[in-house]
Design a protein around this ligand. Structure first.
Ligand code: B16
Ligand code: MG
Length: 218
């Protein structure tokens, strides 16, 4: 049975993925190399420090001390938080609020499962925290996606079994983590990038009728 819906945050509920990219690109620029949107795809869903490692590798930078890496990651995060200041409820992606409303009206519990330490700030800015029963984010988990920890913890807090959970993800690392958690996954975005998902759609707006019809029998 369909018990619970677990949502990634960046790129699924709010379009903050573009802010992450702007901040990483700025850091790459300061370090003296270009960083394309295509290269940035790898960073999606991955933790801040692992994202930095991928960025440095892309720029051929291999000789930094841990403290220097911490400094760079903090700089990126300050720029990113500056961009988050501009967020308003209008930045919630199309279809999100109506889909969550429908799920709740049918007794499906909902959670956020995000790698981001900024998740509480983002949810407050766009004012949708009340739409979720549970929030698990980068502040409370140890192992980043593709580890299944964040999804399993969300299911545990919801009191749902993993095989009764659907995960909505825009990142390859997140799709992989959800599969390892034993959950079903809906990829939001590029079907090729998210090939391991059970179903891929362009946005939640497109998903709602199809999904409800075929899985809940509405
Ligand atoms: P922060 P999600 C992830 O959020 C982002 O997709 C990823 O790009 C970011 O590096 C990670 O959060 C950590 O974010 O630096 O804010 O702690 O997609 O899992 O909601
Ligand atoms: Mg994401």
């Amino acid at each position: 049975p369909f018990e619970a819906a677990i949502f990634d945050l960046d790129g699924v509920i709010v379009d903050t993925a573009k802010f992450h990219y702007q901040a990483w690109r700025r850091l790459a620029g300061e370090l003296g190399f270009a960083f394309s949107e295509e290269q940035n795809e790898q960073l999606k869903g991955v933790s801040r420090m692992e994202s930095l490692e991928l960025l440095l590798r892309a720029g051929g930078i291999t000789d930094l001390m841990p403290e220097q890496k911490e400094t760079l990651a903090s700089r990126k995060n300050e720029w990113y938080k500056g961009l988050l200041e501009t967020l308003t409820p209008y930045d919630v992606l199309p279809g999100v609020c109506s889909f969550l409303g429908l799920l709740h009206s049918r007794g499906v519990r909902t959670a956020i499962a995000s790698a981001s330490k900024n998740a509480p700030l983002i949810l407050e800015k766009v004012r949708i925290r009340p739409l979720f029963d549970v929030v698990v984010d980068g502040n409370s988990i140890v192992r980043a996606k593709p580890d299944p920890e964040v999804f399993l913890e969300a299911a545990r807090q919801l009191g749902a079994s993993p095989d009764g959970c659907y995960v909505f993800e825009d990142a390859a690392a997140g799709v992989e983590g959800a599969i390892r958690a034993g959950m079903r996954v809906i990829g939001i975005g590029d079907g090729q990038m998210l090939a391991r998902a059970h179903l891929t759609v362009n946005s939640l707006e497109q998903l709602e009728p199809v999904f409800l019809l075929s899985h809940i029998g509405v």
